[in-house]
Each structure stands twice: as C-alpha cells, then as structure tokens.
Write a protein that binds this ligand. Structure first.
Ligand code: PXP
Length: 238
C-alpha cells in the first residue's frame, strides 16, 4: 500500500482569493485525514500565493498522520521548517516565480549544499526527501547527499501516459530499482490522477508515498472531498 499525502495548496489558493479564512485549511486537513489520507502536504512558495508560512503552526498542531512541507530551501524556508519540525521535508529546486515545480535536483552540481541542508534537517529529527528526475546519476547523487527518500517528479510520466504508458513509466521503473538497491525510500508526485496513479504504483516497486494536489482538489469539485479521497486511496493499492 502506498500512502496518500494530500497537497492542500489549491485549497489555500481559493481561500486567499477572498481574504477571509474560507475554506479553512485546518478543517480541510483534518477532514482529509478523517476520510483516510495518510498525510498532508503544503508547499509554501516565497510569494505565499497558496499556503502561507503562517499556516504551518496550526497545521502542525492538528495533523495526526504526517505533515510534509515542501519547498525550495531558501533560508526563510529552512528556518520555518526547523522551527516547526514537520515529519517530512521535501526539498524542491523551484524558481521563486515558477507556476509549479518542473524539475528535480541536480544532485551532483548541488552536492555540498544538499549534504549540509539534509544533515541540518535530519539532526532536527525531520525525515528528508528530495525532488528528483528519473535519471540514474541523480539517484546515485541522492544517495551521496544522505537523503532518506527521493520524490520522483512524475510530470513527464503523466504527460506521456496517454501516448504510451509503458514507455512513460520505464525510466521510473529503472531508477526505482536503483533507489531500492541503494536503500532510498521512494515518494512520487506531480500531475498524478485517478487515470495514471495506479499504473505507476504497480510498475515502480515500493512507492512509499504519493503527494497529490491539483487533480485531487479538482476532482473534489465534481465528486466531493470524501468520495474523492476514497477514489485516490483505492488507486493507491498496488
Ligand atoms: N510534489 C511537488 C514537489 C510539487 O511541487 C507538487 C505541486 O505543488 C506536487 C508534488 C503535487 O503536484 P500536483 O499538484 O500536480 O498533484
């Protein structure tokens, strides 16, 4: 079984569009857990257009499963993560003005920065994960920087799924085997949905967790949050 961590950034985006606390991020997080999600993810970006840094303490207080905070480890972000100590921190090399994350770390070029950052997070008792493209050298590099887990950037998989799903998943299968051999935990995320999720989980061995936001919150408009969470939990069964 792969754990489902629900990224609630899109809920924060709707809230922010009106200025009041509606929808309430804390209530949505609690409900996602009540409906069976095994984790909650937020990605506070530097401009705080979705989740805000100020959302973190309240979420840390109520999330009983796993709070995953993802983002580019700029000093403001690291300070916040070290203060609130989520269960997991996912490091993402996204530009401040990026619409969404669109590439993994170059674990060779950024080796010393990642070693230092990961060591600091681990010393604070926070599990670390780094966003990664399915490229063998990058996985080997991930092992060297000491991260507990990698998170596969699944955007290209999702993009190519309709054309040829076997071909689309192939690099992830290969790199997943390598990650398993190296003892790295495997997470995955980006553009996963009810069409492509189960095939990914069945193809790549030992996916511990998927983090899903955009498609899940969009589906909730049609099916309601409770039913949608159950649909995704079902797709998480390998
Ligand atoms: N993982 C990372 C690192 C992300 O930046 C995002 C999007 O914020 C996701 C997973 C979830 O992607 P999606 O919203 O497409 O499900």
């Amino acid at each position: 079984m792969t754990n489902l961590s629900i990224n609630i950034n899109k809920v924060a985006l709707i809230r922010n569009s009106r200025g009041a606390n509606y929808p309430d991020l804390v209530k949505v997080a609690k409900d996602c857990e009540k409906f069976g999600a095994q984790g909650i993810t937020i990605h506070p970006r530097p401009d705080e257009r979705h989740a805000r840094y100020s959302d973190v303490p309240a979420l840390k207080k109520v999330v009983k499963t796993e709070l995953n905070i993802e983002g580019n480890p700029i000093s403001k972000f690291l300070k916040m993560v070290l203060k609130h100590k989520p269960h997991q921190c996912t490091l993402v090399p996204d530009a401040p003005d990026a619409i969404t994350s669109d590439a993994g770390w170059d674990t060779i070029k950024h080796k010393s920065f990642l070693i230092d950052t990961i060591a600091e997070l681990k010393a604070a008792g926070i599990r670390t994960s780094i966003f990664i493209d399915p490229v063998e050298e990058m996985i080997e590099g991930a092992k060297e920087v000491g991260t507990d887990r990698i998170e596969f950037y699944t955007g290209p998989y999702a993009h190519n799924f309709a054309k040829n799903k076997k071909k689309a998943v192939k690099p992830y299968v290969k790199c997943g085997k390598l990650a398993n051999k190296l003892g790295l935990g495997i997470n995955a995320g980006h553009d996963l949905n009810t069409t492509n999720l189960n095939y990914f989980i069945k193809s790549v061995e030992n996916v511990a967790e998927v983090s899903i936001g955009h498609a899940l919150i969009t589906d909730a408009i049609y099916y309601g949050l409770h039913h949608t969470v159950l649909m995704y939990l079902n797709a998480c069964r390998g």
